[in-house]
Design a protein around this ligand. Structure first.
Ligand SMILES: Cc1cc2nc3c(=O)[nH]c(=O)nc-3n(C[C@H](O)[C@H](O)[C@H](O)COP(=O)(O)OP(=O)(O)OC[C@H]3O[C@@H](n4cnc5c(N)ncnc54)[C@H](O)[C@@H]3O)c2cc1C
Length: 308
């Protein structure tokens, strides 16, 4: 049994969620290879070689893999798929873009966003916005899975895998990478932050999010939002937490003016400590909150800021 993990990276470094996917692969068992597909991605490949449990890093370094275009990377994976029992990617925009194509091309099932490994062919994943957990079993020869990062701990990084070039060039010419603009922020990234403060429709405007940013700066926290706040144009959509946003599990999650719809809870209910500030005592968020404050946020947040 040999597993192929698709590395999430920006050519220069690996994204931490790759380490969560390696832990999932380790629980399946067998040899583990990692594929680093990109352009000028030698540094990412070197970082991959240090992950414990990886025996071989396969590097496809070519202009056609810049931006990890799903069409080309999926075709590359398909060309080596017969060597593997499992093909795994972190459940990120990239993973969710690439692996369903691979599964379709191989004519096998695709299991998205698994949260546990029961055995090499059986996995758990959430359904109905996290309201139920399905146990799914595959008898396909190749299992194609994306892994929810927050469900698995980070793997260690004291390995020394061999690095091999994979010279296959699969430029399908169907898409072109033009540009990527990465939002610069002093604050931690949402999916890796240990504290998050999120605002909902109750914030009433984008300007009012400055209140949350002040608290976030004092706590070293990331700032998130509900979909209602994003849809209302208060904040950009990369801040959305939930079923169709980012899945987070920080040590502390503070929900401000968020009602607690199931689609929001699906993205944050695994947080270790949940604090909710809402003026409606019947808001569903209080059912998952460890600490609830029934208060007007326009009083409570400035008070919290001052106390900090
Ligand atoms: C397919 C699908 C996917 C979805 N995906 C997501 C997702 O990924 N993430 C997500 O968040 N939602 C998602 N939603 C939307 C979700 O159903 C809710 O509509 C949304 O989460 C509501 O956001 P909210 O809690 O900010 O707004 P509301 O439900 O309007 O709640 C606002 C809350 O603020 C409180 N409030 C108002 N004023 C104050 C004040 N002054 N002080 C204190 N409290 C105050 C109110 O009491 C209320 O509880 C999805 C929906 C669908 C159908």
């Amino acid at each position: 049994m040999t597993i192929l993990i698709i590395a999430e990276h920006d050519n220069g470094s690996l994204k931490e969620i790759t380490l969560n996917a390696v832990t999932a692969a380790t629980e399946i068992g067998g040899d583990i290879d990692m594929l680093v597909a990109g352009e000028n991605c030698a540094s990412a490949a070197q970082a991959a070689a240090k992950i414990s449990g990886i025996s071989r890093v396969r590097v496809a370094d070519h202009a056609c893999y810049n931006g990890q275009l799903a069409e080309n990377v999926a075709a590359l994976i398909q060309s080596v798929a017969s060597e593997y029992s499992h093909i795994i990617a972190p459940s990120t925009s990239n993973g969710k873009n690439i692996l369903p194509r691979v599964a379709a091309a191989l004519d096998v099932a695709h299991f998205s966003d698994i949260i546990s490994v029961e055995s090499p062919d059986t996995f758990k994943r959430t359904i109905y916005a996290g309201n139920a957990i399905a146990t799914v079993q595959s008898d396909d020869a190749i299992k194609v899975l994306t892994v929810r990062g927050t469900a698995f701990p980070l793997s260690e990084q004291n390995g020394s895998a061999i690095i091999e070039a994979l010279s296959t060039v699969k430029d399908l010419g169907l898409s072109t990478f033009i540009d990527e603009s990465v939002a610069e922020s002093e604050r931690p990234e949402l999916t890796s932050a240990s504290t998050i403060i999120s605002g909902g429709r109750g914030m009433q405007s984008g300007d009012n999010f400055q209140m949350l940013e002040k608290v976030a700066d004092k706590l070293g926290a990331a700032v998130g939002a509900s979909r209602a706040a994003v849809d209302a144009g208060y904040v950009p959509n990369d801040m959305q937490v939930g079923q169709t946003g980012k899945i987070v599990a920080p040590d502390l999650y503070i929900a401000v003016g968020i009602s607690g719809a199931i689609q929001h809870l699906a993205g944050m209910k695994d947080s270790k400590v949940i604090v909710a500030i809402n003026k409606d005592p019947d808001a569903p968020i209080f059912q998952v909150a460890d600490f609830g404050l029934v208060a007007d946020l326009f009083d409570a947040v400035p008070e919290l800021d001052q106390a900090l």
